[in-house]
Write a protein that binds this ligand. Structure first.
Ligand code: NAD
Length: 472
């Protein structure tokens, strides 16, 4: 599925505007034959992805380990199992999703019938990111194929082992006349973005999201932007302490070392309860990762020296370094930073201004738990918002008053893998959504079709508008 080239030498040639143009033209021609529209084609491609995930499990886990030192079980569960589950759902439901939806018609159209037909959009572009480089590439591809589109995937250059594996695997397993991978960084992505697509799904930072949207606007191409932000977790004092601590740890450090778009970015809790929560987090962290946290093999490393330097800078800021209550150790050679908890960081510190996307967890304290609302509301809308409480009124108020892409009460992160729920941001955390049926819908056009007969044709519809007609 890489760009069709004759030799290795040619493969290394720059992917420029002309190549991008030729690629899209070729895929559009193939799409126009109608082959990707058939149920059978879609199923064959989805089955091929399942086969690929089963046969190449080891290679995939190895690549994720090379790129991120991702623990093998974590890689298997969060990337392979999730991608397979998306395929399984699409394989089970596709017939049902593709079926035109009948709707009743109004008297003004009588006699008639109507339906909503889901048709593929055409040739779509998926630009992916490095933190879950397999899942976040395959999941949108699964959606695009389910909806009957031709698709180009541009994986992230920051996870090169997975990017190259994806290019090779999709080339061998999928129909190259309609599914391609283009590897590369900014120049290649820019060349792709200059083309006319029928939809673009971009996963990554808001900064690049703006570039993608501006490029898409030139062609009136709709976009889905899967961005990030600072996801808060509000922790009330009446919780099951052990469950809460474990779930926060699982949603922060045991999830790619915090390099996850919906990982807990910061905690808000009450002044009185904060020390109890910190103690519980320390205890459970030690249970999970051992006494020497930075040495644990059960935690991914930081993806690159650039990201490592960014995180170290957040920690070394004057007003932050003396707020460390756990961790702070780092190992530049191994690109590792220990799980680090900061207590009572000033809101204007960088670590509270930008998305952390790493193993640092600031805790903000308030007098009353309800004070957390205004802190969250004063910031851009997050991709996920978490609340840990047994207070039913607080749950109700949180759902009611806090706007976020998704929300999870009494746990973290797992809503992303819950069948039936859409995944996407709001405001600065993104636009549009996908997963399951929502992917199918996002990559389809909902075409309204009205069927009339020749049974009757009331004259009131047509001029001349005589007084008799006006009096009816
Ligand atoms: P990034 O925006 O730097 O890179 C993502 C993609 O954009 C890559 O494929 C890259 O090649 C491309 N790109 C980078 N610069 C570009 C440019 N100037 N022009 C065109 N393309 C360019 O993002 P990142 O650092 O890889 O990811 C981190 C961000 O992604 C975080 O904010 C995180 O929250 C977010 N994220 C969101 C989700 C989600 O599903 N909502 C998932 C993972 C990550």
């Amino acid at each position: 599925a890489t760009l069709s080239v004759e030799s290795e030498a040619e493969k290394k040639q720059v992917f420029d505007g002309e190549k991008a143009y030729l690629l899209v033209r070729e895929l559009r021609k193939n799409f126009d034959t109608g082959k990707t529209k058939s149920y059978e084609w879609r199923i064959s491609q989805l089955e091929a992805i399942v086969k690929m995930l089963e046969e190449k499990e080891k290679e995939i886990i190895d690549a994720l380990h090379t790129d991120l030192s991702k623990p093998r079980l974590e890689a298997y569960i969060t990337e392979i199992v999730q991608a397979k589950s998306s395929c399984d759902e699409a394989l089970q439901e596709l017939k049902h999703w593709m079926k035109p939806e009948k709707v009743s018609t109004s008297i003004t159209a009588f006699p008639s019938s109507a339906e909503i037909v889901s048709e593929p959009l055409g040739v779509v572009l998926i630009i992916s990111t490095w933190n879950f480089p397999m899942l976040l590439s395959l999941d949108p591809v699964i959606g695009a194929i389910s909806a009957g589109n031709a698709v180009v995937l541009k994986p992230s250059e920051v996870s090169p082992a997975t990017s190259s594996l994806l290019a090779n695997l999709l080339e061998s397993y999928l129909d190259n006349s309609a599914v391609r991978v283009v590897e590369g960084a900014v120049p290649e992505t820019t060349a792709l973005l200059d083309q006319k697509w029928d939809k673009i799904l971009y996963t990554g930072s808001a900064r690049v999201g703006r570039i993608v949207m501006a490029a898409a606007a030139k062609h009136l191409t709709p976009v889905i932007l899967e961005l990030g932000g600072k996801c808060p977790a509000v922790v009330d004092s009446n919780v099951n302490l052990q469950f809460t601590a474990r779930r926060i740890i699982a949603g922060k450090w045991a999830c790619n070392s915090g390099q996850t778009c919906i990982s807990v970015d910061y905690i808000i809790t009450t002044k009185d309860f904060a020390p109890t929560l910190v103690d519980a987090l320390k205890e459970e962290l030690e249970q999970f990762f051992g006494k020497d946290l930075i040495e644990s093999k059960d935690m991914s490393r930081i993806v690159s020296p650039t990201q490592y330097a960014r995180l170290v800078k957040l920690l070394d800021e004057d007003k932050v370094s003396d707020k460390i209550v756990l961790g702070g150790q780092r190992d530049e050679k191994k690109l590792k930073i220990a799980p680090t908890i900061l207590l009572d960081v000033p809101q204007e510190a960088m670590v509270m201004q930008e998305e952390i996307f790493g193993p640092i967890l600031p805790i903000i304290t308030v007098d009353s738990i309800e004070d957390s609302f205004s802190i969250i509301q004063s910031r851009p809308k997050p991709l996920a918002a978490y609340l840990f409480t047994n207070n039913e009124q607080l749950k109700k108020d949180y759902v009611d008053k806090i706007s976020s892409g998704g929300m999870l009460i009494n746990d973290a992160v797992i809503h992303v893998a819950t069948r039936g729920l859409p995944f996407g941001g709001v405001g600065e955390s993104g636009m549009g959504c996908y997963h399951g049926k929502f992917s199918f819908d996002s990559f389809s056009h909902k075409k309204s079709v009205l069927y009339k007969t020749f049974d009757s044709d009331p004259s009131i519809r047509y001029p001349p508008y005589t007084p008799e007609k006006e009096n009816i």
